[in-house]
Design a protein around this ligand. Structure first.
Ligand SMILES: [Zn+2]
Length: 360
């Protein structure tokens, strides 16, 4: 860990200091382990048996590190250059300040361990994404869509040999229904005249086994609608219910990133690409999408997410995929009744974290 990172981390934990404070470190090698009984002066002068202490314990020093806050010099944050005299002596005592002054010593264990604190509250950005979902699902005008979502998640529909899907379009009453066939189980949802408000579909146990998460194809469909200006990302929600017993929703928090990532896959052929800028976007997308698709989803490789991946492993890997892709979308877990929406995320240790549910 860089000293600046350590300093920032510690300063943030001290509180009330904030960015812009200045600090320095001193590595302290005590000669006497009984520092509580012998002052630095004792050890230096031999008073109160200080020399014995120094002799007895010399050779087995346990270095530790002191962080202290100091007045900012020129250049704001900075670590004192090595050749600067430290304001602390080898025993950790401040020099010439009688143990006080305007510095605050903080003893830090060596090796330094910084605990990872999982984020437990929704950020303002999370709340924006939450509100897209709750505004849609709680709107009485969408009660029919919600009921059809519940139906998609029913055992009867998840036992079919083909997928079913639904769509709600802007300025349109009612829900549009789609379904695959035994021969071609995957559902195709039609891009209509009006923009999508929401889409939902299920992943039953078909002849082509389907995933316990969204599939790349699901996300590519959304990206294509964005490219064709058939979807308002400030409100759109995508839902899925799976045979494996999971239900998820996705919102788009950054449509440019989202389309950048999936761009190439939204074309049937490179010959459909328009101008040179689009061609560059197509190639950039292909370069970042392809290795991640292979790693996480490609059934011809050994992907991290398969139809038989246990649900918790699958959602963790899906979140790893989201982090690697940085494709600007947010994942929520929900229940079979599609009532409660919980953002799922990874903490710094790669552990799946459920944030507090979205408030209605
Ligand atoms: Zn799907």
């Amino acid at each position: 860990m860089e000293d600046n990172d350590l300093g920032n981390s510690l300063l943030s934990r001290i509180g009330g200091v904030g960015d812009g404070g200045c600090y320095d470190f001193v590595d302290v090698v005590p000669r006497c382990r009984y520092l509580g009984r012998h002052t630095a002066e004792d050890i230096e002068t031999g008073s109160n048996g200080g020399f014995d202490c120094a002799q007895k314990y010399e050779g087995i020093p346990e270095p530790y590190r002191v962080l202290y806050l100091t007045e900012c010099g020129q250049g704001g944050f900075g670590i004192t250059p090595n050749n600067d005299p430290s304001p602390y002596d080898d025993y950790g005592n401040p020099i010439g300040q009688g143990g006080g002054g305007n510095t605050i010593p903080i003893l830090v264990d060596n090796p330094v361990t910084i605990p990872i604190v999982p984020r437990a509250i929704l950020s303002p950005a999370d709340i924006i994404e939450c509100t897209k979902v709750t505004d849609f699902i709680n709107d009485p005008a969408n009660d029919d869509f919600k009921q059809e979502l519940i139906d998609l998640a029913s055992e009867a529909n998840l036992s079919l040999d083909f997928e079913k899907g639904i769509a709600k379009y802007e300025n349109t009453v009612g829900v549009s229904n789609f379904q695959g066939t035994n021969a071609s189980p995957k559902v195709e949802i039609t891009i209509g005249v009006n923009k999508f408000k929401a889409m939902g579909h299920n992943h039953p146990d078909t002849s082509i086994p389907s995933l316990p998460t969204f599939s790349p194809g699901d996300l590519i469909g959304v990206a294509k609608a964005i490219r064709l200006n058939k979807l308002d990302t400030t409100s759109f929600v995508l839902f899925v219910a799976t045979k494996q017993g999971t239900q998820y929703a996705i919102t788009i928090n950054d449509p440019v990133k989202f389309l950048d990532f999936f761009f190439f896959a939204t074309f049937n052929s490179v010959t459909d690409v328009g101008d040179f800028a689009e061609y560059q976007r197509y190639n950039n997308s292909k370069d970042v999408f392809t290795p991640l698709f292979d790693e996480y989803f490609n059934p011809k490789e050994t992907p991290k997410i398969t139809p038989t991946t246990p649900n918790e492993d699958a959602v963790r890997e899906f979140l790893n995929f989201m982090n690697a892709a940085d494709a600007g979308f947010t994942l929520f877990e929900t229940d079979e009744s599609f009532n409660t929406y919980t953002k799922v995320d990874l903490n710094n240790n790669g552990v799946v974290v459920r944030l507090p549910p979205c408030q209605n």
